[in-house]
Design a protein around this ligand. Structure first.
Ligand code: C5P
Length: 239
């Protein structure tokens, strides 16, 4: 296994020039990039052609959420573009997720389809305000992960702290993709619950999504190498 494939660098930029500077600087160190709404829209989708031309894998983080037919049509686009991973909101329901899985796997069985359970920006209070549910935020996340698995999806985006618990419920082959990763002593910014790359790997995370630790660093290559070293150490400890 190529250790680099465990790390997905979040390209939280609005223009192609900034992306090109970073991707070229990190050339040999990074194989996988995350493209979100901001970058996708600002580049009119051109970012996908650019990353493809550089031979990079893509996690298309557009979080589709609509009725089954509309979400499935958008997902077919991702499957045809040879995207490695894309995500849909698990809150769209089992029927929606199942329809996406059937259509996408038929076109490209390798494409991984990931559910977004409850956004990490929600607090207990703000989730109660919407759903009026007696369940805790954690119970809601675990229930949504279970439904996501039952719909045939490949995994979920979750905090590294939730990874182990999710795998206990959904099985070890169910993938966890974890943002909120920080090297020791780095700025947590707006992330509330963080883990180091090594801890996250030891907690069972399959892919680590890393943004500002790398993109805002004065020496992105050095930081990227430190993260890769931690991933390697973590993997050795769980083997
Ligand atoms: O800069 P940082 O490492 O915090 O970036 C994390 C990336 O993961 C950002 O692109 C952010 O939008 C994304 N993300 C997240 N929490 C989620 C889902 C996605 O931080 N629950």
């Amino acid at each position: 296994m190529d250790i680099r494939d465990k790390m997905i660098v979040a390209l939280d930029f609005s223009d192609l020039e900034s992306v090109k500077n970073l991707v070229e600087e990190l050339e040999d160190l990074v194989t996988f990039y995350k493209v979100g709404l901001e970058l996708y829209l600002n580049t009119n989708g051109e970012i996908l052609e650019y990353l493809d031309s550089k031979g990079k894998k893509v996690f298309l983080d557009l979080k589709f959420h609509d009725i089954p037919n509309t979400t499935t049509m958008a997902s077919i686009f991702a499957a045809k573009k040879n995207i490695a991973i894309f995500d849909v909101h698990s809150g769209g329901g089992k029927e929606m997720m199942n329809s996406v899985v059937k259509a996408v796997k038929n076109i490209n069985p390798e494409t991984m389809i990931i559910g977004v359970t409850i956004l990490t920006s929600f607090s207990e209070e703000s989730i109660y305000e919407i759903y009026k549910s007696k369940l805790s935020l954690n119970e809601l996340v675990l229930n949504m992960a279970k439904i996501t698995k039952e719909a045939g999806m490949d995994g979920v985006v979750c905090s590294a702290l939730e990874s182990k618990e999710i795998k206990n419920i959904c099985g070890t082959s169910f993938k966890t993709i974890c943002p909120g990763i920080r090297l020791k002593d780095s700025n947590t910014n707006d992330q509330k619950r963080v883990m180091t790359p090594k801890e996250a790997i030891k907690n069972g995370c399959n892919y680590l999504v890393i943004g500002r630790d790398i993109t805002k660093s004065e020496n992105p290559r050095l930081i990227t190498k430190q993260i890769l070293n931690e991933i390697e150490e973590g993997l050795k400890e769980i083997c």
